[in-house]
Unconditional design. Structure first.
Length: 152
């Protein structure tokens, strides 16, 4: 028996952020099919994608198009840089207590190597002081430039 799908119901979908088949909440429907879903793991909202890596494209790609090519050297280099960055982040954060993290505020003054907790981006480490009012913080997904030493 197939369960009927409806808004606020749950369905398995491929998560574009987690890059895995996960349980999602249905946000909107198109006819009898889910249209937009929200991942129950990362809370990202995106279009429904059938689980199992099934493509949702309406027309198949022609042979020789970009999607059928193997990854280029530049893409492989970017993937390696991303993996290296995440490993650096994991080493900096591993085994640290919550008390070791300073809540991020624009008015705060931070130093290189200091652990910070940002409300949106999560735990990070200050990797560089850009100038008197900017710093670079490495978070799990990427490095971001944030303001600091700003008057309240």
């Amino acid at each position: 028996m197939t369960k009927s799908l409806s808004v606020a119901g749950e369905v398995d979908s491929y998560c574009t952020k987690c890059r895995m088949d996960l349980n999602h909440r249905i946000v909107s429907m198109k006819g009898t099919k889910p249209h937009q879903v929200m991942c129950l793991t990362c809370n990202t909202q995106h279009l429904f994608r059938a689980p199992g890596g099934a493509a949702t494209a309406k027309t198949p790609r022609a042979a020789g198009t970009r999607a059928s090519r193997p990854p280029s050297a530049a893409q492989a280099k970017l993937e390696q840089a991303r993996a290296d960055r995440e490993l650096t982040w994991q080493k900096a954060i591993a085994g640290r207590a919550m008390g070791d993290f300073t809540p991020y505020k624009m008015s705060g003054i931070f130093e290189e190597g200091q652990l910070v907790n940002h409300k949106k981006f999560g735990d990070g480490i200050v990797v560089r002081i850009v100038d008197a009012n900017k710093l670079e913080v490495l978070f799990q997904d990427e490095s971001r430039t944030l303001a600091h030493s700003q008057a309240s």
